[in-house]
Design a protein around this ligand. Structure first.
Ligand SMILES: *Cc1c(COP(=O)(O)O)cnc(C)c1O
Length: 393
């Protein structure tokens, strides 16, 4: 079917919840994609940070193929090896306690919120349930994680929202302290606000939040749904900041293209959730965990993580090297980058890039966000930058 035929059926049969780019994608290889009409694109989006190893990665394909022949799903009423392997890798790589598997980022955050509230309930009783998040954050689209998201535009239509969230200013420790009272049980942060504009938090602020959480016995929850799994040049971004969170959530890049999320909890709180208090039918299912194991076997390697940092630095330098007056700067970490542009020109620039054959994302009001596959080749980055040069004159 052509793009037009697909689009017309989509309009008939699929809920109109996304303003999609006018492209129907069909297949991919590495960081290169082809649409149904055979046009080629360099992908700097990874399916929004999901396809961490790009498309048609041999280890992921092999893992999915082999596992699909053995067992795809059996429920959490039985023990399965791929889940245990994934959990062991995550725990060993971070020195944290135990893992709960979910299916998406919002669901992982929902699990972390439940864990924090029960931790506090078990220890202090009722009334200590408030979670402080940051203004301009993004934590998901469920009724609870929308409210955890510190942006008023997300707090519409779906009333009543879950209570118990308050929002502090990023990089202002006094704001966090001001919002915290005897009803607070946790602080939840993205170390680099992704949807909010690729805004890395200041290390001194993050350290101060960590110290404050320790002082008050608040759980420090780090939302690594976008920053995790090698994206910033460390397996988890919290490792770049040298902190020890109580809870780390992840999803996007973990499965390398299949839906899986996880809540990783430290030794002090990893036994809080118990039978009957938290569950999900699909969580930790063998097929998804086999894919996650393939991703982790590649990404959890110091040399690979070094290559992510090197590629990120290269891409940043090449983009700045274009010397375009339309580019106001590049910020971010590893292969999570933002090209800063005039907000009024951004939509036209993004459309022009996509028309030329470079897929990009946006974030905040002034960022063209780049989340290329971590396996992107230098030739692919060069091709993308050459096409950018035609747009940013
Ligand atoms: C994408 C994202 C989420 C939501 O993940 P879903 O899988 O879409 O539910 C939560 N937190 C952050 C930081 C994200 O980037």
């Amino acid at each position: 079917m052509t793009y037009q035929e697909l689009k017309s059926k989509e309009q008939t049969y699929v809920m109109n919840t996304y303003s999609r780019f006018p492209i129907a994608l069909e297949r991919g290889e590495g960081a290169t994609l082809w649409d149904v009409e055979g046009k080629k694109y360099i992908d700097l989006t990874s399916g929004i940070g999901v396809n961490s190893l790009g498309y048609n990665h041999p280890e992921i394909v092999e893992a999915l193929h082999t596992q699909a022949q053995k067992l795809t799903h059996v429920s959490n009423l039985f023990t399965t090896a791929p889940m245990i392997q994934a959990a062991e890798t995550l725990v060993t790589a971070t020195g944290m306690g135990k893992v709960f598997f979910a299916n998406s980022g919002a669901e992982a955050n929902e699990g972390a919120i439940k864990l924090a509230r029960k931790y506090s309930y078990d220890k202090y009783g009722e009334g200590r349930s408030k979670i402080i998040t940051l203004l301009n954050s993004f934590h998901g689209r469920t009724v609870t994680t929308l409210k955890a998201t510190g942006q008023a535009r997300f707090h519409n239509y779906f009333f009543p929202f879950t209570e118990g969230f308050d929002y502090a200013e990023a990089n202002q420790i006094d704001s966090v302290k001001e919002k915290a009272d005897e009803s607070t049980c946790a602080v939840m942060l993205e170390l680099i606000q992704g949807e909010g504009g690729v805004l890395p938090l200041e290390p001194s602020f993050v350290k101060a939040v960590e110290a404050f959480c320790r002082e008050r016995d608040l759980l420090l929850i780090i939302d690594e749904v976008q920053t995790g799994i090698g994206r910033t040049g460390a397996l988890f971004c919290f490792q770049n900041y040298g902190i020890e969170p109580d809870v780390v959530t992840m999803a996007k890049g973990l499965g390398g293209g299949v839906p899986i999320g996880a809540v990783l909890a430290g030794a002090g709180c990893c036994d809080v959730l118990t039978p009957g208090t938290h569950a999900t039918t699909f969580g930790g299912t063998p097929l998804m965990c086999a894919s996650a194991n393939a991703v982790l076997s590649v990404v959890n390697d110091p040399e690979f993580l070094t290559s992510v940092r090197e590629k990120g630095a290269y891409l940043r330098d090449q983009i700045l090297g274009l010397g375009s007056a339309e580019i106001r700067g590049v910020r971010g970490m590893g292969l999570m980058l933002a090209v800063l542009v005039d907000p009024d020109k951004r939509a036209a620039q993004v459309n022009a890039l996509i028309e030329k054959g470079v897929l990009v994302l946006t974030a905040g009001s002034e960022a063209i966000r780049l989340l290329p596959p971590l396996t992107i080749r230098y030739e692919e980055m060069d091709a993308a930058v050459a096409l950018m040069k035609e747009v940013f004159v």
